[in-house]
Design a protein around this ligand. Structure first.
Ligand code: AP5
Ligand code: MG
Ligand code: ZN
Length: 215
């Protein structure tokens, strides 16, 4: 099962990728999580990426293409993978096609999670993240104990790019640079639209029906 979870900031890509990863035992590959881990460790990549991320801009394509290529070649991707937050530009999507052709693992489906802007803003402003990739929401998905991740027991934190200025820029950047991929994947007959406004379990049930044939 080789799947792309696609959608604007706050659509629920990470939330759904986590649930699919647990059910199908294939890795969630979140480029945002990989970049944040590098920022935390203070690597050269992290230092370079941080200025873009904090402003809600995309990190340059060449950096992302290098990251994703290395990650897809790791052994745990052999039985499938869930891409969360990649690709975000046409050059990233073209590079992905080349990489996947080489390893003979074409994309099975692109799940396009559709959520209107007002709800996206509400979700991002109440989000609490965990470094394991899980995300909670103070109202929509509160943790069982305050400040602690249900999945791994880690300490939850708010993302520096969930401030209102960064969020509004991320939404603009999505429209300008990432939304053109909807047509790109529609033309390849891979795009599957999902109503992302339902509750988390209802969205999951819908996505699960779409991806189950690729198990
Ligand atoms: P990234 O980490 O990918 O952020 P994003 O795309 O902005 O998306 P989010 O992670 O904010 O949203 P999500 O869709 O995962 O939603 P979530 O499940 O958390 O990227 C961050 C930055 O890294 C980028 O801005 C860029 O700088 C850089 N970057 C990353 N990849 C890159 C790339 N390929 N190229 C260039 N730069 C890149 O849900 C949100 C909240 O809503 C949570 O609180 C959750 O609990 C709640 N929620 C989820 N689903 C529901 C539901 N159905 N009902 C109610 N609440 C819900
Ligand atoms: Mg995410
Ligand atoms: Zn966790």
């Amino acid at each position: 099962m080789d799947i792309i979870l696609f959608g604007p900031p706050g659509a629920g890509k990470g939330t759904q990728a986590q649930k699919l990863s647990q059910k199908y035992r294939i890795p969630q590959i979140s480029t945002g999580d990989i970049l944040r881990a590098n920022v935390k460790e203070g690597t050269a990549l992290g230092l370079e990426a941080k200025k873009y991320m904090d402003a809600g801009e995309l990190v340059p394509d060449a950096v992302l293409i290098g990251i994703i290529k290395n990650r897809l070649l790791e052994a745990d991707c052999a039985n499938g993978f869930l891409l969360d937050g990649y690709p975000r530009t046409i050059p990233q999507a073209d590079a992905l096609t080349v990489i996947l052709d080489e390893i003979k693992k074409p994309i099975d489906a692109v799940i396009n999670i559709i959520v209107p802007t007002d709800i996206l803003i509400e979700r991002l402003s109440g989000r609490w993240m965990c470094s394991c990739g899980a995300s909670h929401h103070i109202v929509f998905n509160p943790p069982k104990s305050e400040g602690i991740c249900d999945t791994c027991g880690g300490t939850l934190f708010q993302r520096p790019d969930d401030t209102s200025d960064a969020v509004s820029n991320r939404l603009d950047v999505y429209q300008k640079q990432t939304a053109p991929l909807v047509d790109y994947y529609k033309k390849k007959n891979l795009l599957k639209d999902v109503d992302g406004t339902k509750d988390i379990d209802a969205v999951f049930a819908n996505i699960d029906t779409l991806v189950a044939p690729f198990k």
